[in-house]
Design a protein around this ligand. Structure first.
Ligand SMILES: Cc1cc2nc3c(=O)[nH]c(=O)nc-3n(C[C@H](O)[C@H](O)[C@H](O)COP(=O)(O)OP(=O)(O)OC[C@H]3O[C@@H](n4cnc5c(N)ncnc54)[C@H](O)[C@@H]3O)c2cc1C
Length: 246
C-alpha cells in the first residue's frame, strides 16, 4: 500500500489547463484538471514538467495555491529572463496540457489540527502556499488566530489582493511595500527587519507557529529576525523559492 502511495506522488501525470486568471501584471493563477489527483495538504508543492517539440524538458517546483479539497491550482510569477515562468504566465492557454507530479512535501504544511496562533511571513510569490493555509483555515472552520506579514514591491504587485482585503475573523494582514507606495500610504515601506518582526509577531510566550516563504534572502532575514526575537527554531518552518523573486 505504502509503495502505491509513493509511486502515485512521484509519477508524472497529465494536467489539462482549465482556465487562467491574472493576479497582477506579472503573476497568473493556472487552474489544472488532473483526473487522478489524490488531494493535497496546505503548503505542499508540485513539480511541473514542460516538454518542447524537440524533446527538451524543463522542470520547476510550484506551490499549490488551492486549499485541500479544492481543485489543483498554482500561481506563477513571470521572471522576464526565466526559462519556464514566461511560458506558464504568457503562452499557456485553457485546454493545453502540462505534466505535474505531487503533491510533494511534508514539512512546510499546516493542518487545522496543528493549531496556532499562526504567524505567516510572505515575500512576493511566497504568499502562494500561505494562501493555501489561509483558505484551509477558512474551509475547515478553524478559529486559530493568524497574523500575515506580506512583503511586496508595490501595491500593484500584491498577489490575491482582493481575497486578502476581505475581512476574515481572526486574520490580520499587514503589508510592507518595499519599492513604491501609493500616495498617502501609512504602512511599512521597507524590507522585513528585526524591528518590524518585534512589532508584528505574536509574543514569544504564545508559542506561535511561524511559516516564512519567498526568495531565499527574504526567508533568511525573516527567520533570523524571528529567532533573535525569541521564537524557537523548531516553531519556524521555511520554504525558499530560490535566489530570485523579489
Ligand atoms: C518549493 C518551491 C516552490 C515554489 N513555488 C513557486 C510559486 O508558487 N510561484 C512561483 O512563481 N515560483 C515558485 N517557485 C520558483 C520556481 O520553481 C522557479 O524557480 C521560478 O518560476 C523561475 O523559473 P524560470 O524557469 O522562469 O527561471 P530560471 O530560468 O530558472 O531562472 C531563474 C533566475 O535565475 C537566473 N539564472 C538562470 N540561470 C542562470 C545561470 N546559469 N547563472 C546565473 N543566473 C541564472 C535567471 O536570470 C532568472 O532570473 C518555487 C520554488 C520552489 C523550490
Amino acid at each position: 500500500m505504502a509503495g502505491t502511495a509513493v509511486r502515485g506522488r512521484l509519477t508524472w501525470q497529465t494536467a489539462t489547463v482549465g482556465s487562467v486568471a491574472d493576479e497582477t501584471p506579472s503573476v497568473r493563477t493556472i487552474f489544472l484538471e488532473v483526473p487522478d489527483w489524490a488531494g493535497h495538504r496546505a503548503g505542499q508543492h508540485v513539480d511541473v514538467r514542460l516538454t518542447a517539440e524537440d524533446g527538451y524538458q524543463a522542470e520547476r517546483a510550484y506551490s499549490i495555491a488551492s486549499a485541500p479539497g479544492e481543485p489543483l491550482s498554482i500561481t506563477v510569477e513571470r521572471l522576464d529572463d526565466g526559462e519556464v515562468s514566461p511560458y506558464l504566465t504568457e503562452e499557456l492557454r485553457a485546454g493545453d496540457e502540462i505534466e505535474v507530479r505531487g503533491p510533494i512535501g511534508g514539512y512546510f504544511v499546516w493542518d487545522a489540527a496543528d493549531g496556532g496562533p499562526l504567524l505567516l511571513l510572505a515575500g512576493g510569490s511566497g504568499i502562494v502556499p500561505l494562501r493555501a493555509i489561509l483558505r484551509h483555515r477558512e474551509r475547515s472552520g478553524s478559529a486559530v488566530p493568524v497574523r500575515l506579514l506580506y512583503s511586496s514591491r508595490s501595491w500593484a504587485d500584491v498577489i490575491y489582493r482582493d481575497e486578502l482585503d476581505r475581512p476574515s475573523d481572526g486574520v490580520t494582514v499587514i503589508h510592507t511595500l518595499t519599492r513604491q507606495q501609493p500616495p498617502g500610504w501609512t504602512g511599512y515601506a521597507r524590507r522585513v527587519d528585526q524591528e518590524m518582526i518585534a512589532e508584528v509577531a505574536w509574543p514569544v510566550a504564545q508559542a506561535a507557529l511561524a511559516y516564512a516563504c519567498g526568495p531565499t534572502n527574504f526567508v533568511e532575514a525573516a527567520a533570523s529576525a524571528l529567532v533573535a526575537f525569541g521564537y524557537l527554531p523548531r516553531r519556524i518552518r521555511t520554504e525558499r523559492f530560490g535566489a530570485t523573486g523579489q
